[in-house]
Unconditional design. Structure first.
Length: 116
């Protein structure tokens, strides 16, 4: 089992920035990727950004390219999502995900609200 705890959400004005963090614990060996997803009210959960745990290679949804940056700290077993130039349409609950050969694990989510 992998436990994931997100933090860093909140209310921000359009154009502002937030940094989300995800702390992983438990059976973190053999994690392949760690990703961020989000789910807005009335919409399906969608992929936002991801990182390969071993290589650090990153990949992004087109909607956030150039605005969001994902990074990892292997020593601390954390993944962060730096979100800049936030827009109202970025409002959602953001979830951390860890993918292993044995399955996928999810955090409880953290709310991000972009509003003036």
């Amino acid at each position: 089992q992998v436990q994931l705890v997100e933090s860093g959400g909140g209310l921000v004005q359009p154009g502002g920035s937030l940094r989300l963090s995800c702390a992983a614990s438990g059976s973190i060996f053999s994690i392949n990727t760690m990703d961020w997803y989000r789910q807005a009210p009335g919409k399906e959960r969608e992929f936002v950004a991801g990182i390969w745990w071993s290589s650090g290679n990153t990949y992004y949804a087109d909607s956030v390219k150039g605005r969001f940056a994902i990074s990892r700290d292997n020593a601390k077993n954390t993944v962060s999502l730096q979100m800049n130039s936030l827009r109202p349409e970025d409002t959602a609950v953001y979830y951390c995900n860890a993918a292993k050969p044995s399955g996928m694990y999810w955090g409880q989510g953290t709310q991000v609200t972009v509003s003036s």
